[in-house]
Design a protein around this ligand. Structure first.
Ligand SMILES: C[S@@+](CC[C@H](N)C(=O)[O-])C[C@H]1O[C@@H](n2cnc3c(N)ncnc32)[C@H](O)[C@@H]1O
Length: 253
């Protein structure tokens, strides 16, 4: 785990407890993830669960649920949800899962793999703890979405302007978000999954964003409404690149 990521999510705990469930990003990703998971039985391990917002829906699909996160404060706020559903919580690092091989019917990881210090290691760990016939459903940033490319270009432009105007170092960034380490194309995500011993059984896109940066930041309300109206476009092949999140259903190769 990366100390700067721990610090970022510790600082964001209140947002995750109070507002995350209202965000379009959460609703779009969770709908896609739950549809790919489907009904079943056995135990689901939710890696990077935050305040375990997926818990009730996963339990209603027939599974038992374990919420896992590296930030204790995230899980602490989830204790009500977890008690109600007789679910468990574990504080641990996704890159060193404290579970025996073949423990889980399914693993979910929503918006977390991009923060790993070693993505391959995390994927190998997920593969290790899946029971035979188990599935992993992961949602990750779609690096070639026009919106993500605009974030990257805008950050670089701002850093260059800062250097020019202040005649000192700006912070050129390798990724579209300060702490996201992995923001590759869908093809690269599939290659990473394959290297860890997975086949991609199904995939898709969601969380449509039409307005690029800096327009999206200048009019966030309009950007969100436009994205919501256009969300169905993520289901149509030529338009699906507008989805800022990529979702994969992985099975052991
Ligand atoms: C973007 S939040 C997503 C939370 C939740 N899945 C959701 O969608 O509401 C990412 C979460 O992953 C956790 N996380 C990041 N790196 C982790 C790691 N190496 N091991 C376990 N959890 C991690 C963070 O603490 C944070 O709660």
């Amino acid at each position: 785990m990366r100390p700067e990521v721990v610090a970022e999510f510790r600082a964001a705990t209140e947002y995750y407890h109070k507002e995350r469930h209202l965000s379009r990003s959460f609703r779009a990703q969770s709908a896609k993830l739950l549809a790919l998971l489907g009904q079943g039985s056995g135990v689901v391990l939710d890696i990077g669960a935050g305040p375990a917002l997926l818990g009730p829906a996963i339990v209603s699909l027939g599974y038992d649920y374990i919420a896992m996160d590296m930030v204790l404060e995230m899980l602490r706020g989830a204790s009500g949800i977890l008690l109600e559903h007789r679910a468990a919580m574990v504080v641990a690092d996704a890159e060193a899962l404290p579970f025996a091989d073949r423990s889980f019917a399914a693993v979910t990881a929503m918006g977390v793999l991009e923060y790993m210090s070693n993505l391959s290691q995390a994927l190998v760990e997920i593969n290790r703890v899946l029971a035979p016939g188990g599935v992993a459903i992961v949602t990750v940033p779609h690096g070639s979405a026009p919106y993500r490319r605009s974030c990257y270009a805008w950050r670089r432009l701002k850093a260059a302007a800062k250097r020019l105007l202040l005649r000192r170092e700006g912070e050129p960034s390798a990724s579209v978000s300060g702490t996201m380490k992995y923001v590759p194309t869908p093809r690269r995500w599939r290659e990473e999954a394959a290297k860890a011993g997975f086949d991609v059984a199904a995939d898709g896109f969601c969380n449509c964003q039409v307005l690029p940066e800096p327009l999206a930041s200048l009019s966030p309300g309009f950007a969100q409404r436009l994205g919501a109206v256009m969300e169905p476009a993520c289901l149509v092949r030529p338009m699906r690149a507008l989805g800022t999140q990529y979702v994969m259903k992985l099975v052991r190769a």
